[in-house]
Write a protein of this length. Sequence first.
Length: 211
Amino acid sequence: MKRRLLILCLVLAASLGLRAYFDRDVSSARLPGLASLPSELGAWHKTGDEPLSQEVRGVLHADELLARDYEVMPGSTAQMFIAYYRTQRAGERMHSPRNCLPGSGWESISSSVITADIGGRPVPVNRYEVEKGDQRLMILYWYQARNRYVADEYRGKLELIWDSLHTGARDGALVRVSMRLHPGMGPDEATRALLQFVHVSAPEISKLLNR
């Protein structure tokens, strides 16, 4: 009985210690400067930054945000959205598009994990297709901590704890690229376009996160 009580106390103390570690102040940590993401990414060029409302900022609680449109040809525009967190608090603060978009009226059509080419290596990313009225949106997203790309948010939480304990790094980002399907564009075509966009943009994002 005493041994069980001792183990319980040790587990509780460890849990409280980890919680305090994740919650400690990191306000002085340097931000990556997402606004400096290049205006030209391969054949894609910046067409404008999207303003984010205070309501959206309040929900996300991110330390830095970027919402920017890139165009590869007239009518083919991708939006880059990045939410950066100095500390992810074991993944508690990041909002999955699968939770946020349905709350904004978007309905899920399909979801899967596909492979993207980032820096010459295959990386798993989430593919998520949604619709609202006559609008259809194709989305690719992943969780990124410096040069680590994770599709599964639960695995991301475990790897965050590992990184925090072994390297002290606790920062990370949710990266999402999306494209509205214009008339005549199918989901496969939109997916190929977004994968090409990810191929040229993800390495540049890594440079900012690795500063």
